[in-house]
Write a protein that binds this ligand. Structure first.
Ligand SMILES: *Cc1c(COP(=O)(O)O)cnc(C)c1O
Length: 482
């Protein structure tokens, strides 16, 4: 039988391709019909067969395994996942950047993720007071916890910090009233958040004060006029002024503004709620200290150093917050049930800072000791070596940054596994690592891949090894089994 086959193959190699209907019978594809439908599955099989046909026609030799219906079915599944599956997928972040905006900033704690999941799949008492049976307010689920966390009188949550900033400016200075901002704080965050543009959208008038490097209280004083409504401090999240510089401390700005009957707005950005200075992570304002310093309204993100879901928190005086909640624009940027569920669970961790450090992934990743990362890199290296992984590898001490416009000056000591593949460029490797399941995002430089385990969860390590071996096999053939 083998004889006849090979003779036939030589005469017409295309006859080695199985029929579409034969591949469709494969169990994996019968199951796939449940999620993708027959039409899409058939199209994917035709596509895979067409590719194989092209390769055969081009004179490529394909072994029997590659043309087996089971293998073709697996290829079709990959096509289906790529074309019809969700485009938003969990990835392994091996960049070491804890708050990576392109990778969705903060990963949630188990409890927060679970809470979002439960809220998503069920009805919830979003705006229902279970005790009295009447309608209630969705903000009630988080208000008290936010007030406890920050010491603020009142608090509310919107879609993100950009929305929070616009709302605050509309309430305090909408309709063209002036807001004083130091020139050194007219920042841009991540391309689409620029203070002058946010100010313009809110309807407030920006009044620049002082110079880029020096702003004194007397500059605020000189700029104050009958139209002035507020002074705003903006945390220069992603950059720092150094050298001959001077800014006005929030406390001093507050006591001056009180005398002038102006409001003080503080945009602190990252929303850090526990003191990370024991880990050398300094330079970010802590939520409660802004409130203690007397700011009337404080805004921050929920998904930076707070480590929760995407959200914008507004904390401060009740009368201002009630005004904000009456703004029709507030309704347009209100948070959904999943966000509120995840935020509630995140805030629960903060009832005890020790629990927060233990449960909130962002805090845990930032405070992982470098020696621990060194040991994990070493073990990863040994596991890869035991499979004769085709690359030169070494564990190197490096520095990393928090990212997401937080802690810009803090170089975190870290360790990376540096991989110099024997075959294929580092671009090719990075591409193949991104394209598999789950995608792996690595840094690359100097002909090498750099894997920083600070942002790889221990439960992802086996998967990371599998993906690395997969790519090695696709480029260099089978590896040793471990
Ligand atoms: C990040 C940041 C913002 C924007 O926050 P989003 O939640 O991304 O809208 C605004 N202000 C400061 C100071 C920030 O650091």
């Amino acid at each position: 039988m083998n004889e006849t086959h090979s003779v036939m193959n030589e005469t017409n190699p295309l006859r080695r391709l199985p029929a579409v209907s034969r591949v469709l019978e494969e169990a994996a594809l019968v199951e796939a019909r449940q999620s993708y439908g027959l039409a899409a599955v058939t199209a994917a099989v035709r596509q895979v067969l067409a590719e194989m046909r092209q390769r055969l026609q081009a004179g490529q030799t394909l072994d029997t395994e590659e043309l087996a219906p089971a293998h073709l079915a697996q290829q079709a599944l990959l096509h289906l996942r790529r074309q019809c599956g969700p485009s938003l997928r969990p990835v392994i972040n091996a960049t070491g950047i804890v708050l990576h905006t392109n990778l969705g900033r903060a990963p949630l704690s188990e409890a927060a993720a679970q809470a979002a999941y439960e809220a998503a799949r069920s009805y919830v008492n979003l705006e229902l007071d279970l005790h009295g049976g009447q309608r209630s307010h969705r903000q009630e689920h988080v208000r008290q916890a936010l007030c406890r966390l920050s010491g603020a009188e009142w608090a509310t949550v919107v879609n993100n910090c950009a929305a929070a900033t616009i709302l605050v400016l509309r309430a305090v200075a909408g309709g063209g009233k002036e807001v004083l901002v130091s020139r050194g704080q007219l920042i841009e965050i991540g391309g689409s958040f620029r203070i002058p543009e946010i100010m313009a959208v809110s309807g407030a008038t920006l009044r620049e004060v002082g110079t880029t490097n020096i702003t004194r209280l007397s500059d605020y004083e000189r700029a104050t006029g009958p139209q002035t409504a507020a002074a705003m401090r903006i945390h220069t999240s992603n950059y720092r002024l150094r050298g001959f510089t001077r800014t006005v401390a929030l406390e001093d700005l507050v006591s001056w503004a009180r005398r002038r009957q102006l409001a003080v707005i503080d945009d602190i950005g990252s929303g850090l709620a526990v003191d990370l200075s024991p880990w050398g992570l300094t330079g970010e304002p802590i939520l409660s200290s802004s409130i203690r310093a007397g700011a009337d309204l404080v805004v921050c993100s929920g998904d930076k150093l707070l480590g929760g879901p995407q959200a914008g928190l507004i904390l401060g005086r009740k009368e201002w917050l009630e005004r904000i909640e009456r703004d029709p624009f507030f309704r347009a940027v209100r948070p959904d049930k999943m966000t509120l569920a995840a935020l509630t669970a995140t805030l629960q961790h903060y009832e005890d800072p020790a629990l927060a450090l233990n449960h909130v992934p962002v805090l845990r990743l930032l405070t992982t000791p470098a020696e621990q990362l060194q040991a994990r890199c070493q073990s990863l290296l040994e596991r890869l070596q035991s499979r004769s992984f085709p690359a030169a590898m070494q564990v190197l001490a490096q520095t990393a940054y928090a990212g997401g416009g937080s802690l810009p000056e803090i170089a975190l000591p870290t360790y990376v596994l540096q991989i110099r593949p024997h075959q294929g460029s580092e671009e090719e490797w990075a591409y193949r690592l991104r394209m598999g399941e789950p995608p792996v995002i690595a840094r690359r430089a100097q002909g090498c891949l750099w894997l920083d385990l600070r942002t790889v969860f221990p439960y992802q390590e086996d998967m990371l090894i599998q993906r690395l071996c997969q790519v090695a096999q696709s480029l260099a053939g089978p590896l040793d089994s471990p």
